[in-house]
Design a protein around this ligand. Structure first.
Ligand code: AMP
Ligand code: MG
Length: 330
């Protein structure tokens, strides 16, 4: 089996896997850990000195905040996915997260009142983010139009962090590896002779069928995988589980899916798209996927019984686990 280092970061778990017999894990693990720490320092919602916290403190003041080039790059990509998804993905979702009890809000609260929801929705609008990139220093600056607006890159930052680690490992001359940050994965090469890449099991969050997997996908040529779901991180509101993904278009928790897994060319793309597709559901996926040729998704619908649905890009590549085979559609 491949050798794997596993460590805690960003309130979750990171992993670096290398092929059987690799001896350079102790040298490479700190490089990957360093990438994740650097991204967290820049993009964390909670760290007071992060670019994100600094931007949020100046919301509505008219003062643009100078940020690192990497921050500007992630934000620019977050804003593109916001545009492509008609605002289903929105990096200014934070005030809604708070309203529903996330992000240091109260837990087990009542459903938000209609007026509170309306006021908060007015603060969630990616079009009111100004990102100015210039040739001269400071190169990039960000401003949020209204007081109370807040950026939250939680739906995209882990994917970006995985891409940073991926690039760092390539610079180290590493040619076979798998990086995993809380289910945001990107692989290179194949861990054993005769394999096309890293074979990844996609977890069955329900375990309704025998076995813990929905199926498997093999990551080839630097491909990435990300999963968004309603089963791991949630709060309880009036006895109901509220997932940590909110639909910014109506302010309600996203409904209709248990999980969605996206295969993409980069981990950032997979991460942002999985969050976007979780909000959009099975039927509204097309505009987003059209803008990302080659990307595909595996959905587990929140229906009785749950159904597994696979977009055409992943037909023949996603291998459903026994018991799920008959449920695969498209
Ligand atoms: P993920 O696990 O990648 O799907 O990301 C979930 C995280 O993304 C949440 O914890 C929030 O920080 C953020 N988020 C929640 N809803 C949205 C949304 N509609 N658009 C963008 N980010 C969101
Ligand atoms: Mg995501």
């Amino acid at each position: 089996a491949p050798v794997t280092a596993r460590w805690p970061v960003m309130s979750t778990v990171a992993e670096l896997s290398l092929p059987v017999g690799a001896t350079n894990l102790p040298r490479l693990q700190p490089i990957v850990a360093g990438c994740f720490d650097a991204v967290e320092n820049r993009l964390s919602f909670f760290r007071e000195t992060s670019d994100i916290a600094r931007i949020n403190r100046q919301a509505g003041t008219g003062i643009p905040v100078a940020v690192a080039a990497g921050t500007a790059d992630v934000l620019a990509q977050a804003l593109s996915v916001a545009r492509e998804s008609g605002g289903a993905f929105d990096p200014t979702v934070a005030p809604l997260m708070r309203l529903w009890g996330f992000r240091g809000g109260v837990t087990n609260l009542a459903r938000p009142a209609h007026e509170a929801l309306g006021g908060t929705l007015a603060l969630v609008d990616w079009r009111q983010v100004t990102l100015v990139v210039t040739a001269a220093p400071p190169h990039a600056a960000v401003h949020l139009a209204r007081p109370g607006m807040e950026l939250d890159l939680g739906g995209i930052a882990k994917g970006y962090a995985v891409d940073q680690a991926y690039d760092a490992l390539l610079r180290e001359g590493c040619s076979v590896f798998l990086v995993n940050l809380a289910g945001n994965m990107r692989g290179r090469g194949a861990p054993a002779a005769g394999r096309r890449g890293w074979r990844i099991g996609i977890r069955d969050p329900l375990q309704v069928q025998a076995g813990a997997w929905l199926g498997t996908l093999t990551l080839e040529d630097g491909e990435a995988l990300a999963t968004s779901g309603n089963y791991e991180r949630f709060v309880v509101v009036e006895g109901e589980r509220v997932p940590h993904i909110i639909d910014p278009r109506d302010g309600q928790p996203a409904r209709g899916l248990i999980s969605v897994t996206v295969l993409a060319g980069s981990a950032l793309e997979a991460d942002a798209l999985s969050t976007a597709l979780f909000v959009l559901g099975v039927d509204q996926r097309r505009t987003v996927l059209r803008a990302h040729p080659g990307c595909g998704a595996v959905y587990l619908t929140d229906t009785r019984p749950p159904r597994l649905r696979v977009t055409p890009e992943l037909h023949g590549r996603f291998r459903p686990a026994p018991g799920w085979k008959t449920a695969v559609e498209w």
